[in-house]
Write a protein that binds this ligand. Structure first.
Ligand code: SF4
Length: 371
């Protein structure tokens, strides 16, 4: 076995969901830290939330000790996430930062997640797997053709189909091997203009790769992907229903950043939420960004509400404690604009991008879930 989780988590107890810490403490607490460890990537996906920050050579990172000290100061820390770029792109980053951070998490008894495209050599992931809890991959494809069209849309030069095809096969092989070895591979698909009619087939391939969870999030175009078409709420609801109708019920399905809330005026939204809540092995995660999680850029030390937000950095780990920055964020007018909580609906408000896109004029502070 490559990996055996010392503290397994289940659909009933998702440590990344901010509702758990909100229930426990009666207020939002920082329990999760995401670290951007790489601005390098071998792909240039059309939807990439951080695509405009990708580079060909990156600067030195902050000393690891400083980051570990900042994590140590967070008493309530439950999870860390490592993101990029492709965080495994540089072998040096894997050895000098990633594995020590994952070991730190294991020693402290907190969960870890790595966001990777797993298209590199298997040996790289095999070395990481023993320390990792969740290998999070993006999977929005029904074929190598999709992978080619989506994964290199922003490369600026033509990438031969044969190259994309080899990477696609390697990614699927890696997912299978890691899953077979016992690693919790969670494949995320985005519902967008390209995928919303193919979710069933995408789900089938994720099951076939042996993944332990299928995560589904609607796509909200951020800076790099701002030109992509937006689908209607009805198309999004239809894609979710299609998945629920045809999913493999043995696989955990996690829906996140949905634009539907219990306080919606639209009965179709509320109906769908009810169905999601009643389906076995299906969970809806509240949005962690700025609720229980902050993002730290390991190159600059700057701290953000998420790695892809347009909200500027509001502090730096070189001089600030993360708990202090989190409190600073909670008093920010933007944080207050999405700070609502309906305990009976297990909801703690919309994601910032969702509010901006669909609910710009809505005051969530005056709304209540209709049950
Ligand atoms: S917590 Fe906010 S978004 Fe969720 S149902 Fe209540 S008012 Fe609506």
């Amino acid at each position: 076995m490559l990996n055996a989780l010392p503290y397994p988590f289940t659909p009933k107890d998702d440590p990344w969901d901010p509702i758990l810490s909100l229930r426990r403490h009666g207020r939002h607490r920082l329990t999760s830290v995401e670290m951007t460890l790489s601005n390098l990537c071998n792909m240039r996906c059309e939807h990439c939330a951080v695509g405009d920050t990708l580079v060909l050579a990156e600067p030195e990172k902050l000393p690891l000790d400083l980051m570990l000290r900042r994590l140590d100061e967070i008493d309530e820390l439950k999870t860390i996430s490592i993101t990029g770029g492709e965080p495994t792109f540089s072998d040096r980053t894997v050895k000098e930062y990633m594995i020590p951070l994952l070991q730190y998490a294991r020693d402290r008894g907190i969960f870890s997640q790595l966001n990777s495209n797993i298209t590199l050599d298997y040996s790289r992931y095999e070395a990481i797997a023993p320390y990792l809890d969740v290998m999070h991959i993006s999977f929005n494809y029904t074929s190598a053709d999709d992978f080619h069209a989506i994964g290199f849309a922003k490369s600026g030069h033509p990438v031969p189909m044969s190259v994309a095809s080899r990477m696609y096969e390697r990614m699927m092989d890696n997912a299978r091997k890691l899953s077979d070895g016992g690693l919790f591979v969670s494949a995320e698909s985005m519902i967008n203009f390209r995928t919303h009619r193919s979710m069933r087939e995408i789900h089938r391939l994720i099951v076939e790769m042996g993944c332990k969870r299928h995560e589904v999030h609607p796509m909200y175009p951020s800076a790099f992907a701002a030109d992509l078409p937006v689908i209607s709420p009805q198309e999004m609801r239809d894609a979710v229903k299609e998945l629920l109708d045809h999913r493999d019920p043995s696989l955990w399905m996690l829906f996140g950043t949905l634009p539907f809330y219990g306080c919606s005026d639209d009965a179709a939204d509320r109906e769908l939420l009810k169905r999601l809540a009643s389906e076995p092995n299906v969970t809806v995660r509240n949005d962690p960004d700025g609720r229980n999680r902050l993002n730290v850029n390991l190159f600059t030390g700057d701290v953000f509400v998420t790695d892809f937000s347009d909200v500027p950095s509001f502090g730096n780990v070189k001089q600030d404690r993360l708990n202090d920055l989190f409190d600073r964020w909670l008093s920010h007018p933007l944080a207050k604009s999405v700070d609502c909580h309906c305990p009976a609906a297990s909801c703690c408000g919309p994601n910032l991008l969702v509010k901006d896109m669909y609910y710009r004029d809505v005051d969530f502070g005056t709304r209540q879930a209709v049950l």
